[in-house]
Design a protein around this ligand. Structure first.
Ligand code: GDP
Length: 195
């Protein structure tokens, strides 16, 4: 898809702040520093639209991006910071859970993981959570440029095995450096938007 327009429309912490339009939505989830902002920027052809705002202590919000007046990307704050307090973690969990489990126009969650490493416990937990609620998942294995091509399949297998990825769930090799996987990701999003 040719992205001609992308802007952040709202940072929400509760449902009455979500956009009112009934446009298809794709949420992006991943542990902090995995490359989620870079993924969003690459997909939207922007250098700095999404920023790493998931540092501890910063406000944790759901950031809605309106794309070509057709769809929203919903940036979910990164998980896996050991330093945040229990109260903060619980508030985070509640906000995410409310959004993910009660949003009719949510078409899929793009779970961003790092191709270099086996998915973390938090990644597995997020994947299982999504399966439990029957939310379609696309796993995006990013930072592919950091792994020699000859080892991609081996790393993808570790990802599949660790998540116990179900056949219906897509796994896409991605790099925000080279743009690899971008066309494939857009094809999948467009297909899901229309089905
Ligand atoms: P976020 O916290 O998940 O939003 O992560 P960022 O997008 O800010 O990325 C964290 C770090 O990883 C930054 O230094 C990025 O430049 C780097 N990074 C992200 N994606 C890629 C990628 O595909 N390839 C490489 N080589 N580096 C990446």
């Amino acid at each position: 898809m040719k992205v001609t327009q992308a802007e952040i429309v709202i940072s929400a912490v509760k449902p009455d702040q979500y956009p009112k339009e009934n446009l298809p939505e794709f949420a992006l989830a991943g542990r902090s520093n995995v490359g989620k902002s870079s993924f969003i920027n690459k997909m939207l052809n922007r250098k700095n639209l999404a920023r790493t705002s998931s540092k501890p202590g910063k406000t944790q919000t759901l950031n809605f991006y309106l794309i070509n007046e057709m769809m929203h990307f919903v940036d979910v704050p990164g998980y896996g910071f050991a330093k945040v307090s229990k109260t903060e973690r619980e508030a985070w969990g509640k906000m995410i859970e409310t959004y993910l489990t009660d949003r009719d126009q949510l078409k899929a969650v793009l779970l961003i993981i790092d191709l270099r490493h086996a998915p973390s416990k938090d990644d597995v937990m997020m994947y299982n959570f999504l399966k439990h609620y029957e939310i379609p998942v696309m796993v995006i294995a990013t930072k592919a440029d950091k792994i020699p091509k000859g080892k991609w399949q081996k790393h993808l297998k570790v990802v599949r095995d660790t998540l116990e990825l179900e056949a219906e769930d897509e796994l896409i090799l991605f790099s925000s450096e080279t743009g690899q996987g971008k066309d494939q990701s857009w094809r999948s999003l467009q297909y899901r938007m229309n089905n």
